[in-house]
Write a protein that binds this ligand. Structure first.
Ligand code: SF4
Length: 186
């Protein structure tokens, strides 16, 4: 008599949900109509991706003029590089709404595009009033996300270049309480 394969009867494990800068999945939403696809992420079928793009989805569309943080460090503005249009309020409102929306979803972590004024977790530049560039730490979305969820698990998706780096990030993710399974009583 053959032993039944219990794996065939196990309930399916729900995929881990991760919110991600859409350009990292190959969605052409960058200011120039391009993307920053990371093939390692796109090929991973165990993750439920929740893509979003603050700049495209807030109404600026694609393509659009690139923007940067500028002005005083304590009150910087998000303006287009050439025409100096100030999009701070438009992006702030969208990001604020989106952070609250994503808070209600069982999202376990965030993978964001580095150096972006909207998504960047590091390497985001600020142009001061003397036309000097300074490296700021956070883009607008992670700034608001961390203000509301200081414990949010975030990494730069374009810096995950191999399975080891991706697995290290996945190991940091604790499934949300509503996804945890209760221990089996024997
Ligand atoms: S970095 Fe963020 S804002 Fe920029 S294209 Fe990617 S998803 Fe959109």
């Amino acid at each position: 008599m053959t032993t039944p394969d219990l794996a065939d009867h196990a309930p399916p494990v729900p995929p881990v949900a991760i919110a991600i800068s859409a350009c990292l999945l190959g969605v052409p939403v960058r200011y120039d109509g391009g993307h920053k696809k990371n093939p390692l992420l796109v090929s991973n079928k165990s993750i439920q991706w929740i893509p979003f793009c603050p700049e495209h989805e807030c109404g600026l569309g694609t393509p659009r003029e690139p923007m940067q943080w500028q002005g005083a460090a304590h009150h910087p503005r998000l303006c287009t590089v050439e025409t100096q249009r100030d999009h701070t309020q438009q992006l702030w409102q969208w990001c604020h709404r989106q952070v609250h929306l994503q808070s209600r979803l069982p999202i376990a972590g965030w993978l964001l595009k580095s150096r972006s004024p909207s998504c960047g977790l590091s390497g985001v530049t600020l142009l001061d009033r003397n036309n000097q560039h300074h490296i700021e730490h956070l883009g607008l979305f992670p700034r608001l996300l961390l203000a509301i969820h200081p414990q949010a698990i975030i990494a730069e998706g374009d810096c995950l270049h191999d399975e080891t780096a991706l697995n290290t990030f996945l190991q940091r993710i604790t499934p949300p309480a509503c996804h945890r399974t209760h221990p089996v009583q024997e």
